[in-house]
Design a binder for this molecule. Sequence first.
Ligand code: ACM
Ligand code: ZN
Length: 554
Amino acid sequence: MKKLFYLMLIILGSGMAFCSSPYTKSGRGEVNIVPKPADVTINDGFFILNQGTAIVADSGTEVNSVANYMADILRPSTGYVLDVKHEDAESNRIKLRIDKSVKGNEGVYNLVVDKNGVTISAPEPVGLFYGVQSLRQLLPVEIERKSVQEGKEWDIPFVIINDEPSFRYRGLHLDVGRHFFPPSFIKKYIDLLALHKMNVFHWHLTEDQGWRIEIKKYPKLTEVGSVRKETLVGHYGSDKYDGKPYGGFYTQDEVRDIVAYAKERFITVIPEIEMPGHSLAALASYPELGCTGGPYEVATTWGVFPDVYCAGNDQVFTFLEDVLTEVMDMFPSEYIHIGGDECPKIRWKECPKCQARIKNEGLKNEHELQSYFIRRIEKFFNAHGRQIIGWDEILEGGLAPKATVMSWRGEKGGIAAAKQHHDVIMTPGFALYFDHYQADPATQPLAIGGFTNTKTVYNYNPLPKALNEKEAGYILGAQGNVWTEYMKTPEYVEYMAYPRACALAEIDWTPGDKKNWDDFVKRMDVHKKRLKELNVNYFDGPMDAQNPKKQKKK
Ligand code: ACM
Ligand code: ZN
């Protein structure tokens, strides 16, 4: 025993700190990374991070940015100011190497931990970033603390990880229309996406209940459209209101700051500007954009409203093109989401301008008028080198030529779009709507309804059996949606999003044949502790809770 002690001292003194058994440190030596990497080999021993450990990074702005990001994560709890160096070090180092010989999907990386330290290799900086996320999850969960943990040993198990994502679109959405969340929370939401190797934040910015993004050319959108006079209390249909004005919006500076923050974490922000429906807040600001001319009010309750943009009025397209020009200037993403869902046709049926448009364009009906609307907007975007995403209603009346379809009313829309050789993002309500209850409603705060526990999310396969191999190639990935009618606070959003978003990350990242529910549950025991350290208000009940309604029916 003594001998081992002296050996340890020598090793520590040499700066190559490791010990030989993976199970000597309170069960550590297990790998609990979420999402589960494609391939992991665990070897005997640990590398121990200390104040002498160097970060060795290849030169290049983006690699440097990843190295600094990692140093920022490691610093608060360890207290170590780990220098980023460009010259190599044989031992006691964390190396970030660009290596074009590492081949695989976008984000591929290799991570090796041995007696010399850590080596992360990837052909692109994004892979190094994902390697850093895995390294972070190999460290004790206390690494996430914001104060120095005196005496804590920062052991990292010896591993060889070869990893790459299964899908190239790995998204989580947030509705800031129904409730507004401050920029600080949006950044925390993005940080959590980064932890889980997700790469898209779908920011739902305009709604009937509030317009949340500053548009310089149309100041009333935020002066009028960002505030509703009161909000429904309790569940839909309660007919009770709180009598309190509610509002909020993001300035263009705040938006640019968030987009840049996400980019440093290899996350694309896709904004959604809803049209032609879900546009009451815009109509309240500029009533001339509706079929009847108003007056309109920003909605105070939830649901679908009959007043939508007039499809027969060219002024509407001028307005939208102006708005979208400012939006494109703030968001460099290839894709912009244009909504397209839940657009009642009642007003269009009675509107002389809309009917004249149908006649003049040789359209069959109001569904084709909606297609006309979306195609016209798509043409505008394509002329600026951008692509549109729309909810699956954009299939009705004919798809715009290059549109990507977000399938939410089950998988039917996604299947139809893939068969038409259009790109698809799967976000079916039954599996990926995180506004549903995740446990017995009697035990839960108010939610919109439905029932989707974490196990249902985990077991979802974004590739429907109805597609052949070529058609399946149009499925870009899966996304979870967080609609916030009943989520008034950041804490509530986190409660609904986690741990379901962890399961989502795994269906997007981990190869289907490596997924295993029991293994996920085991890893989540540790991962939840990490979420707790990160002050995430996740739902801590059973992830496979039963739906009592379903049990009763049986
Ligand atoms: C949607 O949930 N209306 C896309
Ligand atoms: Zn009209």
